[in-house]
Design a protein around this ligand. Sequence first.
Ligand SMILES: Cc1cc2nc3c(=O)[nH]c(=O)nc-3n(C[C@H](O)[C@H](O)[C@H](O)COP(=O)(O)OP(=O)(O)OC[C@H]3O[C@@H](n4cnc5c(N)ncnc54)[C@H](O)[C@@H]3O)c2cc1C
Ligand SMILES: NC(=O)c1ccc[n+]([C@@H]2O[C@H](COP(=O)([O-])OP(=O)(O)OC[C@H]3O[C@@H](n4cnc5c(N)ncnc54)[C@H](O)[C@@H]3O)[C@@H](O)[C@H]2O)c1
Length: 483
Amino acid sequence: MAPSDGIVDLLVLGGGTAGIVGAKTAAGFGARTVLVEQERTGGDCLWTGCVPSKTLLSAAAQARSRRLAGGGETDFFAVRERIATAIQCIEPVDTPEALEDAGVEVLSGHVSFTGPGTAVLNGQVLRFRQALIATGGEPSRPGIPGLDPARTVTSETVWDLASLPARLAIVGGGPIACELGQAFARLGADVTMVVRSRILPKETPEAVDIIRASLKADGVTILEKSSISHATSPAEGHRLHLKDGTTVDADTVLLAAGRTPRTTGIGLEHVGVHLDDRGRVLTNQHMQTTNPLIWAAGDVTAHPQFTHLAGVHASVAASNAVLGVRRRISPVIPRVTYTSPEVAAVTSGESGQLVTSRTVWHSHLDRAVTEDRTEGFTELLVGPGGRVLGGTIVGPRAGESLAELSLAVHKKLTTSDIAGTTHAYPTYSDGVWNAAVLDVRERLKSPLARNAVKGLATLRRLALDARRISSKPGTRPQPDAQH
Ligand SMILES: Cc1cc2nc3c(=O)[nH]c(=O)nc-3n(C[C@H](O)[C@H](O)[C@H](O)COP(=O)(O)OP(=O)(O)OC[C@H]3O[C@@H](n4cnc5c(N)ncnc54)[C@H](O)[C@@H]3O)c2cc1C
Ligand SMILES: NC(=O)c1ccc[n+]([C@@H]2O[C@H](COP(=O)([O-])OP(=O)(O)OC[C@H]3O[C@@H](n4cnc5c(N)ncnc54)[C@H](O)[C@@H]3O)[C@@H](O)[C@H]2O)c1
């Protein structure tokens, strides 16, 4: 059925994670849902983001182990093949066919709003009751005079490199720069990162110190608090001129300096959808834009740019749109940067409630000791009454240990809840357990808790003494009824 035959309940702009989850949610509720994708469904995460980058990191870790064991260099073509295989394996859940199976109509082309309740696609008018903007973002291109953009790569095009660059310069120091920088260095490239701020500006200084040391150990040169004034192009490659007068020579320059939301050319001005001062679609806690019949989710909004948030926020938006309910997005946000070691953190938006933090260094974590990976730590942020407000974990597979912490924050659990849960030994999750036990122990040192414990012990002693005195000499002690 052509979509212009009737009014669509929910028109979804974009077929990345946010669009796919939003469309499937709406169709699952029985809404007539049309998703329009201009390129290929699956979006950034599948094609150029999470999936290729995590596969690259895994291949690079193996390449490093092989090299350390005296094995040969890694074939870059084989790495590319491995990335393609991972994408192929995951792609089927994101295809137009999978969406159609879930009850979503999928159309191809660039869609834009033309007025309230109308949009245009390939010259055809689409009429809709409500819409979900899920158009994502694209790599920002910092204006560097003299740098030919056609000769640089971004997170969208780095996957097309035919061979491993001998010298790779990366502009930026966020998760993309750190993950790709470490991966390329481990594969054998000579990597230099030029970063305006410090690396990973959202992470704690203690976490960043560990990642910086790890990147350096892999041979990455990190130039922090550095600005590029201009670039020149020698016969081969690029020369970046820094404001301090030094230069960086590279065969390939990777631009990883943040992402820009895709909001131009989609007719937002015709539907009253407003942007913030950084060009991101403004939403409220229900993922509703400034037009109450238009919703938004994913990288096009002002929320942190993660696949899990894109999906969860799109689900909230679609439920609210189709069912007329008022679901709110959760303030609890987990994130993981997949460097080696990983940096995993969860925040609750309640930092004002912070009472203390408890840190267990992994030099005291038995699993880390047995694996000779003691560089990390587990830090719990603790609020009143031992409430777990968030935390940071740095270590191998820190992202897996983060799940427990995310649940604790989401469910408003206390350190006593975690301390009272038996954890298998020896695991990296012991770090979370030990930090919680540390907090409980410290809180037991308060005068009130100390007096209560002292009182209980005294009562117990008195009870035992009374029993001893009343029992006849020579009789065997009776087992305590309570045990
Ligand atoms: C290198 C890299 C690694 C990453 N790693 C991780 C990670 O490990 N974990 C994590 O959580 N996040 C990661 N991210 C972030 C994650 O990829 C994004 O947050 C997520 O993909 C955003 O999804 P989205 O649906 O909002 O946007 P997108 O995936 O960008 O999808 C938007 C879609 O809309 C389409 N579109 C745009 N305009 C129109 C239009 N007018 N008409 C029709 N279609 C349109 C686009 O073609 C695109 O397919 C990574 C990102 C990068 C770049
Ligand atoms: N593991 C993950 O979940 C993961 C991995 C990759 C990307 N992402 C998402 O993608 C988003 C974009 O990542 P990103 O790394 O591009 O951006 P970012 O916005 O997180 O970091 C940008 C970095 O580039 C630096 N920078 C900006 N302009 C610069 C310039 N002109 N010269 C030198 N340095 C400059 C900044 O100081 C900062 O360090 C992230 O915010 C993240 O949400 C997530």
